[in-house]
Write a protein that binds this ligand. Structure first.
Ligand SMILES: Cc1ncc(COP(=O)(O)O)c(C=O)c1O
Length: 456
């Protein structure tokens, strides 16, 4: 029988916490199931070559988080963990690599406990009431701190708290555009922007991109050719290509936008993975900067922070009141506290090291097809070799149990999509399963396409 051995090498923080984190990760990934007995403390200490007291503290921390229970004389047993966590992934279910987020796998239980703990401490009346438009003072102060860390000076009054990045985009474009207007984006763009353009009856004009993002010359040509109400862009870790725009190009794009009076809507949803990048908005004089917690913390703990030009705050508050009125108070308060007490920082630090390792793994298997993704991108962008076409590849991968997204999902307007797919590295907790899936993709690409069903 193999002994369960936690992977503690690649984790931040003290060793005892790494053991508890590993229990949480393996419970979420299905390597541990409810009722299972963990190795004795002495056996695990020998196995990991750590002091017995480290394992004792690790198990105690796991017990505090509700992951395990100790029974005198019998040992330490895995408990149910967070709802659904003990369910082993169905081995026959496809491996879905289409959702672009990385679960906070090693912190899931800690976050769940944090919500419960905080819910009991928050002042009842505040939680029950309607909230001020754009968030409470404390939530907005947390947003200002977030902006400050991103490199943007903001006071709490300047920041609006929204229901996520998508909501920030919706209220921004609903406020600054009219039906029929054109918005510039990269030739490839976030599919949520495409969908929003349909909702608001906007036209998207996709601009050529290279390995540094949107090409400034193309942006300038487009500005000269016709008016546009805004430029929507993702300079840091562009979705879907994982490209990062260098500072010199950010300045150049900002200067062109200023010259032609085009506001910039900067989506920095993945900026937390590269905290040293200065946002494009820092160079711009008319910018809407948005970020959120669905990627940086977890999709279920989702709020957004929007930093618009000061003159637009009231109009955007009106748009918030027309759409959602306020965010769920509890979520806003919990996230604000996590930003102040450092919990959010710890989760993001863990994500950075996890993303870097997953990207390395992906490059070792598929690197020959991806020459654009940044080492800190949580996705890879595979340019399919001849004679593969995107739909054939997506179908063959699905037949072999791996789901990926075709380039067409990201193409702005009616331009022809490249023969490429996006593969997300984050949505599967178990890295071993992810590796199997990536290997399947590499195997498929190492052969020519198989004959497929003929359409007559
Ligand atoms: C670039 C980008 N912006 C916005 C979003 C939406 O984020 P949220 O969940 O905060 O609305 C996503 C989600 O995939 C995204 O990739």
């Amino acid at each position: 029988m193999t002994i369960w051995t936690p992977d503690i090498e690649h984790r931040d923080g003290p060793l005892y916490r790494a053991i508890a984190d590993a229990i949480a990760t393996d419970l979420a990934g299905g390597q541990l199931t409810a009722g299972e007995r963990l190795p004795t403390q002495r056996v695990l200490a020998d196995q990991l070559d750590v002091a017995l007291t480290t394992v004792t503290r690790g198990y105690a921390e796991a017990e505090r988080r509700g992951l395990v229970s100790g029974e005198v004389g019998r040992g330490t047993f895995v408990r149910g963990g967070p709802p659904g966590a003990a369910i082993r992934p169905d081995p026959d279910a496809p491996l879905d690599l289409t959702q672009n987020h990385l679960g906070p796998w090693s912190h899931a239980q800690e976050l769940a406990d944090g919500i419960v703990h905080m819910a009991t401490r928050l002042p009842g009346a505040g939680v029950i009431d309607y909230q001020p438009l754009g968030g409470t003072e404390r939530q907005r102060a947390a947003g200002a701190l977030w902006m400050d860390r991103a490199g943007l000076a903001a006071k709490s009054d300047d920041v609006l708290v929204t229901n996520g990045a998508q909501h920030s985009m919706a209220i921004t474009f609903a406020t600054i555009t009219n039906p029929g207007d054109t918005v510039f984006t990269g030739k490839l763009t976030y599919s949520g922007m495409k969908s929003l353009a349909h909702l608001l009856r906007l036209k998207l004009k996709g601009l050529p991109m290279d390995r540094e993002g949107i090409e400034p010359e193309a942006f300038e040509r487009a500005c000269r050719a016709g008016p546009a109400k805004a430029l929507y862009c993702m300079p840091t870790l562009h979705n879907p290509t994982g490209v990062v725009m260098p500072a010199s190009r950010r300045r150049h794009i900002a200067a062109i936008a200023a010259e032609y009076g085009v506001p910039i809507v900067e989506d920095d949803s993945y900026g937390f993975l590269l905290p040293d990048e200065t946002p494009l908005s820092a160079y711009a004089n008319d910018a809407y900067y948005l970020a959120g917690t669905s990627k940086s913390l977890a999709p279920g703990l989702r709020i957004g922070f929007l930093l618009p030009p000061a003159s637009m705050v009231d109009r955007l508050k009106a748009a918030i009141s027309s759409t959602t009125f306020s965010i769920p108070t509890l979520m806003g308060d919990v996230v604000a506290e996590w930003i102040f007490d450092g919990t959010a920082d710890r989760v993001m630090a863990w994500k950075r090291s996890e993303v870097a390792e997953r990207q390395q793994l992906a490059q070792s298997l598929l690197g020959q097809y991806d020459d654009v993704s940044h080492p800190m991108s949580q996705q890879v962008w595979l340019t399919l070799p001849e004679p593969w076409c995107t739909s054939e590849f997506v179908n063959q991968a699905a037949m072999r149990g791996v789901l990926v997204s075709p380039a067409e999902d990201f193409i702005a307007g009616r331009a022809s999509p490249p023969h490429a797919v996006r593969v997300c590295l984050g949505p599967i907790a178990d890295r071993g399963r992810l590796e199997e899936g990536l290997q399947v993709l590499a195997d498929i690409l190492s052969q020519p396409p198989e004959p497929c069903r003929v359409v007559v």
